[in-house]
Design a protein around this ligand. Structure first.
Ligand SMILES: *Cc1c(COP(=O)(O)O)cnc(C)c1O
Length: 434
């Protein structure tokens, strides 16, 4: 498969190059050149096919012959090595729990897949040392760190805002051994991100090392997110209409769902559920794309006002707003209703949700109410474990929540990180690290 830039000023490239580059040279997002469709026989028999084989069918055309079948199967096995349950919450409503991976959020899937692809490609690349450089406001850092903690010879540098991420998130970033360097930046997330951007444009650094980014626009993080839409469909034992509500920030997760539908997965409708950073709900309403400045919320992994992956969704619908609206609805919710939902799901169903997942539930309910549907499979995606947002969830339900076993282990480990204040310190580290 070849990948073209959505800015149309770079020539199409291979899967390997798209993974290593992250962004095309013209700064556009990569998009597959050919449309992939799955056969009706495959879709009709999904319920009897092994999980790994389903995922292989879904992704193999996007990878092409650049990774041999046996290796790709091994990568898939490692990627979906944890349980992905579909839990019934109430009539017509299910939670697809994507938070049983190593860092308790759905980003584990994309990060694990990407780390293994890069690990496979590194020997075909060139003599320059590959370094993954990424800035995080919390969740991405842990998933990437963990994803790469088993790949040797690829060093990962994670920049996080010192003192501004949760205790669990910090431990997930700082306890992964020698190849994963955690760097605490004195400042906020924007400062981390601007340092990363500066490094990518720094010629002296680029001469010496191959820097790659592991952010969510990378095709090797985006595409494997299709896996769980197919695996959820496999679990459903009836023939009712299927709806997915996806808590959305940068719109990578929902974009993978929409791509799955374009390949033949039977999904009737998607609901993009956002917090008050509501650029897309407003766009679907009045057709005007106008990002306001980003507002902070308790669902902070979705505090995004100009979602990078939305351009890929536009591409799937050929930029036709009417077609997009037929398949996708979008609603936004504030912190107050998010908290009320966390509380009522806990009180009524003894079900704990993180703030993001609660917004997924709210979006689903709103769509079902406005469209008067009640005999469907309404699935909201639970993107993270409630423990990652311990403080806000505990104060909302007025009760304490237990650490899962894996987190207890991490909390026992010694944290390893060093602090920097300025770009020159980062540059010095990247060039002369020992
Ligand atoms: C990243 C993240 C999201 C948003 O996902 P996108 O693919 O950026 O839309 C939602 N919930 C949680 C917990 C996340 O970490």
């Amino acid at each position: 498969m070849k990948y073209a830039s959505l800015n149309h000023n770079s020539s199409p490239t291979s899967f390997m190059k798209a993974v290593i580059n992250g962004l095309a040279p013209d700064k556009g997002l990569y998009y597959p050149k050919e449309k992939v469709t799955l056969s009706k026989e495959f879709i009709d028999s999904i319920k009897n096919i092994d999980d790994v084989e389903i995922c292989y069918e879904v992704i193999n055309k996007y990878v092409g012959d650049e990774i041999p079948k046996s290796k790709l199967i091994e990568i898939i096995k490692n990627t979906i090595s944890f349980k992905i349950p579909l839990k019934k919450i109430e009539n017509s409503i299910y939670s697809l729990e994507l938070f049983h991976g190593p860092t308790l959020a759905f980003k584990d899937i994309g990060a694990k897949f990407m780390a293994q692809c890069l690990d496979y490609f590194k020997s075909y690349y060139n003599s320059k040392k590959i370094t993954v450089l990424v800035a995080t406001s919390g969740d991405t850092g842990g998933a990437v760190a963990k994803g790469f903690s088993e790949t040797k010879d690829i060093e990962v540098c994670i920049l996080y805002p010192k003192g501004k991420i949760s205790k669990v998130q910090e431990r997930q970033i700082t306890t992964n051994g020698n190849y994963v360097k955690a760097i605490a930046v004195k400042g906020d997330f924007d400062k981390c991100q601007s340092m990363v951007k500066k490094a990518f444009n720094d010629e002296e650094i680029n001469r010496k090392i191959a820097l790659t980014s592991a952010n969510s626009i990378n095709v090797a993080r985006w595409l494997p997110q299709m896996f769980y839409y197919f695996l959820a469909y496999k679990k459903i034992k009836n023939k009712k209409d299927n709806l997915f509500s996806v808590p959305s920030g940068n719109f990578g997760n929902i974009c993978a769902g929409i791509l799955s539908k374009s390949m033949g997965l039977p999904v009737n409708h998607f609901i993009a559920s956002t917090n008050i950073n509501d650029t897309i709900p407003r766009y679907l309403k009045d057709g005007i794309y106008e990002p306001y400045s980003t507002k902070r919320t308790i669902s902070n992994a979705m505090d995004v006002c100009d979602p990078s992956n939305f351009i890929r969704i536009q591409k799937i619908f050929n930029s036709d707003l009417q077609k997009l609206k037929k398949d996708v609805s979008s609603f936004s919710f504030d912190d107050k209703s998010t908290k009320e939902t966390i509380r009522s799901l806990y009180n009524s169903y003894n079900y704990l949700t993180c703030p993001h997942s609660a917004i997924g539930y709210l979006g689903l309910k709103k769509y079902l109410n406005t469209s008067n549907l009640n005999n469907v499979n309404g699935i909201f995606i639970s993107t993270a474990h409630s423990i990652k947002f311990k403080d806000v969830v505990e104060s909302t339900i007025n009760s304490s929540i237990k650490y899962p076993k894996s987190i207890k282990e991490i909390l026992k480990k010694e944290k390893e990180s060093f602090s920097i204040d300025s770009y020159s310190e980062l540059k010095e580290y990247l060039l002369y690290r020992v």
